[in-house]
Design a protein around this ligand. Structure first.
Ligand SMILES: C[S@@+](CC[C@H](N)C(=O)[O-])C[C@H]1O[C@@H](n2cnc3c(N)ncnc32)[C@H](O)[C@@H]1O
Length: 439
């Protein structure tokens, strides 16, 4: 008999949910974010939701390690119809290492989950494999074998000295960075509030509003989160506002705004900005509205769901003093936060992305006032999307000049700066500040 969730011992449903999410991401090309958004609300207890997330991220940061351990331990490889069983086994292994959950409870819940997903006849096998992992440990194997070969080659070519560190940074659990809402508190004051709440955190030498938590927590545990005192945002994303630094009262465009982290930061820093913001994706634009409303910034921005490159459709012809193009990109700088990027990314996507970036750069440049600035940013580490893109833009755009950025933004990369993932605990990011010559 299949047990219903109500009859299951504690923790089984979390393993079942993690298995379904992982199976969908690993074997059906689904996005981790979308699957989690659907699955997590089925779990009422926030601790269960946190555990599902932890298991899924731990598996997707190193699926190749679990795959090679299982294939060395099993005489017959799992078949293509065994996707759910494989996902369950990966979830079981990740609980032992790297998550280091108490082994007895993790094993019992995972074996019960095998029954709950209709794999009763393989519950013994799951038990035996997980016990072996517990006894012998899970070999490190090639933790990066799940990187597509073309992408590993690109990284090796672009960053010969750093390629190993880049791959390694994708495996580690990233720190949780907060952005303190300057309008409501200084970073120093909020740091004290965190300490009072028993949460240890550290300021950052480059990003003035950033605090790095020693241990990630659920946002509900952050003092004043619901009131908009603080947001979650990596330090390198926070540096975008620093790199743009529009002057007081400036007319600013955020051309790819969703979900709105950088737009919100710009408004927190300066209430006098006249900010317009657009994004091609209406659903993602709804997230911007939610975020701004929590931060009580909703009234200060004009929003529209349009293709930024189609200026005829949305631009009234009044030039902007500052334009932020936080461009759609390969997300290769944030693999540690979006590990499923590696499951889904194809070499052909990259060509499409670089073409879109170039189209956006050219179209948005027409909206920049003479003497104004466009900040081009990506969370990519690939030169074709970053310094190569900017170099090509500069060579076809005679009225554009690159302005130097200082070393808060990482190493010099052509006309911009590149932060590699893991450096200073940051995500990988690229920034280029392009000034339009005055007429
Ligand atoms: C890197 S994300 C932006 C993140 C955002 N700036 C933030 O800080 O929250 C890129 C965004 O570009 C949007 N996008 C992609 N193509 C676009 C286009 N042609 N016009 C406008 N937005 C576009 C995507 O929908 C996505 O929301």
């Amino acid at each position: 008999m299949k047990r219903t969730p109500a009859m299951q011992p504690p923790g089984v449903q979390t393993r079942v949910v993690a298995t379904r999410v992982l199976d969908a991401v690993l074997h059906r090309g689904r996005s981790l974010k979308a699957e989690l958004a659907q699955a997590l609300p089925t779990l009422p207890d926030p601790r269960d939701r946190a555990l599902v997330e932890a298991i899924c991220f731990a598996v997707l940061r190193q699926p190749a390690r679990f795959e090679s351990a299982l294939s060395s331990w099993m005489s017959k490889p799992l078949g293509y119809r065994d996707g759910d069983l494989k996902a369950l086994l990966f979830a079981g292994l990740a609980q032992l290492d790297p998550l280091k959950l108490p082994a007895h409870a993790a094993l019992a819940a995972t074996v019960d989950a095998a029954r709950a997903i209709g794999r009763t006849h393989q519950a013994g096998l799951v038990n035996a494999l997980l016990r072996r992992a517990q006894r012998e440990g899970i070999p490190a194997g090639d933790a990066h074998a799940h990187w597509p070969a073309w992408l590993r080659e690109r990284i090796a070519n672009d960053w010969p000295q750093d390629a190993a560190a880049i791959l390694q940074a994708s495996v580690a659990e990233p720190p949780m960075w907060l952005r303190v809402n300057r309008r409501r508190a200084t970073a120093a004051d909020y740091l004290q509030r965190l300490r009072d709440a028993g949460l240890a955190a550290h300021p950052d030498e480059n990003a003035p509003d950033a605090l790095r938590l020693e241990t990630p927590v659920a946002v509900a545990a952050l003092p004043g989160f619901a009131d908009g005192d603080v947001s979650v945002q990596d330090a390198s994303a926070q540096l975008v506002a620093e790199a743009l630094s529009p002057v007081a009262g400036a007319r600013v465009l955020d051309a790819c705004v969703a979900p709105g982290g950088k737009a919100a930061h710009l408004l927190e820093r300066d209430a006098t900005l006249q900010l317009s913001a657009i994004d091609i994706d209406p659903q993602r634009l709804a997230r911007v509205r939610e975020n701004l409303s929590r931060l009580k910034l909703g009234g200060s921005i004009r929003l529209a769901a349009v293709d930024a490159a189609d200026t005829a459709a949305w631009w009234d012809g009044a030039p902007f003093d500052a334009v932020l193009l936080d461009a759609p990109c390969s997300a290769t700088g944030i693999v540690r936060r979006q590990p499923d990027v590696l499951q889904h990314r194809r070499a052909s996507d990259l060509e499409a992305l670089t073409a879109t970036q170039a189209r956006l750069l050219d179209a948005l440049w027409t909206t920049v006032a003479p003497g104004g600035v466009l900040l081009y940013a990506t969370c990519s580490i690939l030169k074709s999307e970053n310094e190569g893109q900017v170099e090509a833009f500069l060579s076809r755009t005679p009225d554009a000049v690159a302005e130097p950025l200082d070393d808060r933004f990482g190493r010099v990369a052509g006309a911009g700066r590149q932060r590699l993932p893991g450096e200073l605990g940051y995500d990988g990011f690229f920034y280029a500040r392009l000034r339009k010559r005055s007429a």
